[in-house]
Design a protein around this ligand. Sequence first.
Ligand SMILES: [Fe+2]
Length: 509
Amino acid sequence: MDAATWPRRRFLHAAGLAGLAAFASSTANLARAGAATQSADFARALEANPMLLGWRSVSADRLDGEARVEGRLPAELTGTLYRNGPAVHERFGQRYAHWFDGDGMVQAWRFDGERVSHRGRVVMTPKLAREDAAGRRLVSAFGTHVEDGAPLRRPDDTNAANISILDHHGELLALWEGGSASRLDRETLAWRGFKVWGERLEGAPFTAHPRVEPDGTLWAFGYAFAPAPALVLYHIGADGGLRTARRVDAGPLGMVHDFVVTARHLVLVIPPLVFEPAPERNPLLDAFVWRPELGSRVLVVEKGDFDARRWYQLPAGFGFHHGNAWEEADGTIRFDHCVAVDATLMSETMRFVMRGEFRASAPMRYTRFALHPDGRAEIEPTGEEAEFPRITPALTGRRNRCVYTLGAPSGHAPGWRLRRVVKRDLERDGATESFDYGPGVLPEEHVFVPRPAPRAEDDGWLLGPCLDYERRASGIAVFDARHVSDGPVARAWLDYPLPLAFHGHFSPA
Ligand SMILES: [Fe+2]
């Protein structure tokens, strides 16, 4: 069934997290885990542990600044690094109970070869505007229960637009994953409405991690639980026009945050974190039940025929992000995944940090997989902690050599462990070079930006936002990606801190 034949009623009911929030808010039991922490309690925890600044609510809805540059900015580096992440962590005196719940702030770091400026705007979604007008929280979020919440009129009523950002065919989109992408004004970053990809696709779930191929073709998915669990797959042309949207049965389904593409296939790893709602499983996060006996399942779908699907079986694991995938001449699909043995990073660490506590969880480790045409799946773990993998956008779906991640320092590191940036060379047995930001600084996802007319895969820069929580200032580091271990060639510092964000996208000038 393509979009043109999709029944409107089904797609309107196809929202993932958003559609389920109504269930969560209608239940009476308030789990301890979903209870909001008082803002004053977090402020006291922050005084004792300055690292928590990364999870403090942003100080204003609008921030504008000129960064102080140290070192020498590359003259050829011109354009804008857009970023997105949860930033409004506290409202009406209470904090959200999970890192994923804060309302989004989009940031624009503009580079002109000599200077760096910053603009941050809280995304004024209908949800935020409606709650501001009411003077109280109205809807439950993924990990936060709101008692006496308002009924949902449509799934996007809970859309926080807070995970990632995409610049495609001239359209700047703030991405969530339980519902629609949000259209933003490129200059002012103002919210301009929900993106509707085609007829009967209003409110359909759309991932925070679409994949854009070098020719501009965009592939995406969403996960839905009503009327039955299913994936929604999207094929969007370089011209921004919808080619196909299709609902696909994927069996027991839970959270699927990211996916990869090859030249011929879409590849989705489905962890055994299964949505099993029950009145006592509240907030929504608690309705996702860890079922390791199911293992992780991998769905491989042909790009040209969403009906052509095959499955692979992997041991149970949970991960958020992939770097890339490609396909070899014999049909073997190779991809990577930052994966842990369970989902406690999301169910515990990301919850407790909102209360001002760091609770250790199973680490994400950089792992490579091979899916053979005969049905065998091979796993090659590195054992190394890694998250936020990025590659050059020029090789999406094609064989890549370099992967850039955050990593943990060697030895004991209390609190948030992702404090290094790591470059991994897949053709030299995964050899790495890295830069450790040292104590007092929390780096965020580093985005690779190719130099104009690059001469090699790593001929470009890594842009690394970071928070110096000792000096209470955010900044951005610029690395020559060929020499990551040499450290940044330049840094640009603001005189204000920002909460840690999730993902970014660089748009050349
Ligand atoms: Fe993500």
